[in-house]
Write a protein that binds this ligand. Structure first.
Ligand SMILES: [Zn+2]
Length: 257
């Protein structure tokens, strides 16, 4: 294997870990956001309900004012009735009184409807507040766990970055910059071994000639299908790098059995 690739493979191991770690962090962050969304949705519903309750109370006060005005009017008409002398005037006032009374009755009926609606809305508001409180309470533990896990992820990420920096110092700058460009595009392993004359990145077969060139390892060889860098995997090459593919692990398990 091209010697420059060994260092790159070590860097790639760290980058693969980092990619997995960042995916995990995104997932955990999303769980946190989902909890926040549920709570903020409840808060919005509460604000809407509170406004409805306030509006109903205001309507009710207005209606009460109107009814009491009508009652005043009726009182005035009744007093006038005591003073009039002509029967026609008396009857006219009686008619006005009964008209006012009907109006009062109708308004009082409407008030009962509004009062019922207000009671129902206040009940919904109460339930929403309780739900928000219990949700906040029960999610506290989960949120704490998620936040802790995110901070562990950050720590691990920082360690990986530090390790990577050390490795990059010793890496061949040219090969490293090619590697970084490929990694940026693929967000996946970009230096891969040939397995059974197949690219283990895209799983497409390569030519025997290409395989031979990779085996010689004199320069970089790219997969013509997926542009990944190929290397020839020999056990000795990988000693001490901590790099092992599935195939190699499978082989060693088979030997143990
Ligand atoms: Zn490929």
């Amino acid at each position: 294997m091209l010697t420059a690739l060994k260092k790159i493979l070590e860097i790639q191991e760290l980058d693969t870990k980092m990619i997995r770690l960042m995916r995990l962090k995104r997932d955990r962050q999303k769980e946190l956001n989902d909890i926040d969304d549920i709570k903020s949705d409840l808060r919005k519903q509460i604000v809407i309900k509170e406004t409805e309750v306030l509006n109903l109370k205001r309507d009710l006060r207005i209606m009460e004012g109107e009814v009491s005005d009508i009652k005043e009017d009726i009182k005035k008409y009744e007093e006038q009735q005591n003073e009039v002398r002509k029967i026609e005037d008396f009857n006219a006032l009686t008619q006005q009184i009964s008209a006012k009374d009907r109006d009062r009755h109708n308004r009082e009926q409407k008030m009962i409807d509004v009062q019922e609606k207000l009671a129902a809305e206040e009940e919904v508001l109460g339930t929403l507040r309780e739900t928000l409180e219990s949700t906040s309470e029960s999610s506290k533990v989960i949120e704490g766990e998620i936040k802790q896990s995110i901070s562990l992820i950050n720590e691990e990420g920082q360690q990986i970055l530090n390790e990577r920096q050390m490795l990059v110092k010793d890496a061949d700058p040219e090969v490293f910059s090619i590697y970084e460009r490929l990694l940026k595009n693929k967000k996946d392993r970009v230096v891969v071994p040939l397995e059974d004359r197949t690219c283990s990145g895209c799983h497409i077969m390569v030519t025997a000639q290409h395989e031979n060139l990779v085996r010689k390892g004199e320069k970089l060889h790219y997969c013509e299908h997926c542009s990944r860098i190929h290397y020839w995997q020999e056990s000795a090459d990988l000693e001490g790098t901590g790099v092992a593919t599935k195939r190699r692990r499978r082989k060693s398990t088979a030997t143990q059995v």
